[in-house]
Design a protein around this ligand. Sequence first.
Ligand SMILES: Nc1ncnc2c1ncn2[C@@H]1O[C@H](COP(=O)(O)OP(=O)(O)OP(=O)(O)O)[C@@H](O)[C@H]1O
Length: 360
Amino acid sequence: MNSQQMVTGAIQIEDPAIDTRDIQIQALHLNKRYRRDDALAVNDLSFTLHKGEILALLGPSGCGKTTTLRMIAGFEQADSGQIFLQGREVTHLTPQQRKIGIVFQDYALFPHMTIEQNVMFAMRDTPKGERADKATSWLELMRLDTLRQRYPNELSGGQQQRVALARTLAAEPELVLLDEPFSNLDASLRESTRNEMRALFKRSGTTVILVTHDQAEALTFADKVGVMNQGFLVQTDTPQQVYQHPANAFVARFLGHTNLLYGDALDGFVNTPLGQLQVEKSLQGQVQMSVRPEDLHLSPAPRCDAAARVISREFRGHDYFYTLERDGVQYCVIAPRHQNFEVGSWVNINVLRGGSVLSG
Ligand SMILES: Nc1ncnc2c1ncn2[C@@H]1O[C@H](COP(=O)(O)OP(=O)(O)OP(=O)(O)O)[C@@H](O)[C@H]1O
């Protein structure tokens, strides 16, 4: 890259008080339509990711996650919009020119090369004399050093995944992209591999974008979760915020079970079918609120108009998941396992913690 490119590609800093030095990647107003009559696969998508942060793009099948990842990688050209990597515009650069590492779902290891050779292959930009030492340190970091002379087909799925990652990191990319990287692992291995990977990324200060349709994966793995729907990035925030304060009903539902309540806001309160909930004083008129099932509490009740009936009960080990009905409306509640109500019994539902107002 020459200095001219650096100048023309630099992000315009409009507010000198904003420090953009730590920004690793910025996507601005990306649009992509595959065919003329199709809806936009990605619609006006923007986000900013700082160095060392992990972003999970989460959403249902077909919402545009992979298309976004492919535009960032350079495999797909955006119809409009811009992508900056460390302040350098890369929108029209080839994948090779972008210094982005990608770990695919199937790991794409070279079967005829040993683990060590697979990792060394990625180090073509490293001076020859330094490659072996650097490869060793990546293999040690991934706890693969005892397997270095094996071939990929002699490794477990989790080990292959670590090799794929070692190979990606050995190229010292500015950004790592992961496309559903844990989907080929069985449930127990998935959780441990995920935790190991996260720790490793945090230790090495790697900036990562992960694509997944698994909400638990996004919430546990990422620092920021970007929820996508029909090409739009609907909400980007910390896992806690997107779960506790979803922007709308789609996000609320996509991140787990929820109860959607309606009511009129007046003087800082909303009267909902489950009681009065506190909201911001400035809020007026009809609002929709999301209350998570673990934020509701059940107590025994005599059969009466105000009581709800237990429709179903699912024992989940550390708790019960109840479905209840009142006035023709269904609610879901998670209760500790000592709170055991029979199907068909009558209960009161109380809100333990306030719900969150949705924007529609
Ligand atoms: N090469 C292509 N040609 C035409 N349409 C495409 C192409 N790739 C994706 N699409 C369409 O673009 C939209 C977004 O697809 P994309 O693969 O980005 O979604 P996704 O969220 O990654 O889905 P999944 O979780 O199923 O992988 C979909 O409607 C899809 O059918």
